[in-house]
Design a protein around this ligand. Structure first.
Ligand SMILES: *[C@@H]1O[C@H](CO)[C@@H](O)[C@H](O)[C@H]1NC(C)=O
Length: 287
């Protein structure tokens, strides 16, 4: 069976447990960072404080599940599957944590907000083997105060082309699946969907082929084993503070010898969706 392993963390999916091991089993856990499965040491890096001021963590029942990006004082963007009720997730009760470098740290930079409104993309669809429109907006119940630690990401322009980006997240970084304390990041090259398809073809049954318009792939410049991982879902792939993609899924990398891309929702395909809801966008400068 073909599966698409979405990259959320920590909630065991009863409904899709057998088809998508990434929800709870070891086989699906991949990391930005160290891959201890086949002894290749791969490297995400520890972020510095204030390096990714648009990066936020989503906590559900006190546990990290996903990342997200600040787009305005009262809105963050994340992946739709991070709020998927079919997987036992309810973003209405999510706590949004901005300004954090280390998970659950007690630091003056940290700002926490609860969620006032969840806007899942109306055409979001995920059935364990196929995913589309994996993007959601969360309106915060209180305003973020922008600072050196908390800043909005810029939205891209509709036709902006990216060749590289920085993935960041608190997703799994080693086996057995462990979440890092410190935010991890990884520089990646954006690759074409054709190239991505060519690589993903080798990973049957863990693939969604062909890739569709709403998706873009990235791999490290070395085409090495570094990848987004469970817990990175919803977080940013950004270049120079401009949001390229929302982390969505990956094949079960780490369990294979071959390296695989991470797949993101393409943000510039969703500017209308974002503009229709986010009423307090700061000035945009995608170019
Ligand atoms: C999931 O949806 C896709 C696209 O509609 C379809 O091709 C596939 O068969 C579905 N898979 C399951 C398990 O229902």
């Amino acid at each position: 069976m073909k599966i698409v392993s979405v990259l959320l963390f920590g909630i065991i999916c009863v409904q899709h447990q057998t088809s998508a091991a990434s929800f709870g089993g070891h086989e699906g856990f991949f990391g930005i960072g160290r891959n201890t499965f086949d002894t290749r040491v791969i490297g995400g890096s520890n972020a510095e404080r204030h390096q990714f001021p648009y990066m936020v963590a989503l906590h559900n029942q006190g546990r990290h599940t996903c990342g997200a990006s600040v787009v305005s004082p009262t809105w963050v963007v994340t992946a739709a599957h991070c709020c998927d009720k079919n997987m036992g997730l309810n973003c209405a009760t999510t706590q949004v944590v901005a300004g954090q470098l280390h998970q659950f740290e007690n630091h003056l930079d940290v700002q926490k907000a609860s969620v006032a409104k969840v806007v899942i993309h109306p055409q979001y669809y995920y059935n364990g083997t196929f995913i589309d429109h994996d993007i959601t907006l969360l309106k915060l119940a209180s305003k973020l105060v922008f600072s050196v630690a908390v800043q909005p990401v810029k939205l891209p322009s509709a036709n902006q082309v990216f060749t590289q980006g920085w993935l960041s997240g608190w997703g799994v970084y080693q086996r057995p699946p462990t979440l890092p304390v410190t935010l991890q990041y990884l520089k990646m090259d954006v690759i074409t969907n054709n190239e991505c398809d060519e690589i993903l073809k080798h990973f049957e049954p863990y693939e969604q082929l062909p890739l569709i318009d709403s998706m873009v792939c990235a791999m490290p410049p070395s085409k090495g084993p570094e990848t987004g991982c469970n817990g990175d879902s919803g977080g940013p792939l950004a270049d120079d503070g401009v949001l390229i993609g929302v982390t969505s899924w990956a094949v079960n990398c780490g369990t294979y010898k071959e390296n695989a891309p991470t797949v993101f929702t393409v943000v510039n395909k969703y500017l209308d969706f974002i503009n229709a809801h986010v009423d307090d966008l700061p000035l945009r400068d995608g170019n």
